[in-house]
Design a protein around this ligand. Sequence first.
Ligand SMILES: O=C(O)CCC(=O)C(=O)O
Ligand SMILES: [Fe+2]
Length: 271
Amino acid sequence: MSDAAYPQVDRRRNLSLREFRREYLYPQRPVVIEDAIEDWKNNAVWTWDGLKKLCGTALVRIYRYDPKVEYRPNDVRHMQLGEFIDSLRGADSHSFPFYLRDEWSLFHEYPQLRAAQAVPPYFFDWFKFVPPRLRLQYPRMFIGPRGAITPLHADIWGTHAWLSQLSGRKRWLLFSPDQKPLLYGYKVRVESPDYERQPLFRQARPVEACISPGDTIWVPSRWSHWVRSEEPGLSVTYNYMGPGCFGSSLQGFFRQQVVHRLRRQPKLAAA
Ligand SMILES: O=C(O)CCC(=O)C(=O)O
Ligand SMILES: [Fe+2]
């Protein structure tokens, strides 16, 4: 499925907040906004050399991609960011099957990095009203080789997400929430589907977005998605709570608080 052409996600410029709400947020339709990060996309930090210069010596956690099992949470390596970036040159996901995913700690270690990005006004996060130490950590960075894949999934707690592309192109296939029953609990490999074992996936009708540096994709709550880097890529992403996902986001948040408290009080948990 991954190489076919599909209906394209809208691409917009000069989109007003009101238009974003009316045409995308309230109807829960994805969109690519081409000029949402005009004020920070050209910051030198978001070049390979700039990033290496600022935090090339930082030790980062990278996830190994195994075509059989995709990612395993424990199959990680640690590497200096500079060395990792150098390894992407001329590599692909076969010769160098590693992906730096969900990296948030660099934004804490390097205030300059945090200062080099800002949430575009479309994406107000209602988790802002929760104390920072209780929130999920965002933004997060993704860096990977050509061919790096993020398998089919929907995002945590039914939150909305935005992702800005700073280097390289990324191809997205997105499936509306009503198509979830066709996705076999996300066991489908979108890049090489097994239609014999997963025949319903033939009926799936994704929409497609190819994002380039400077583009920001907005992914509504509960839309499933699959993503492949077409070139070595650098992205910054954020999951957030807003209209259309208050219920699931708050439920996820409170569940996490309960688990967190129980973990901190082992006796209570055991009782
Ligand atoms: O950019 C990617 O590879 C996938 C990002 C994504 O889907 C996520 O962060 O949830
Ligand atoms: Fe995602």
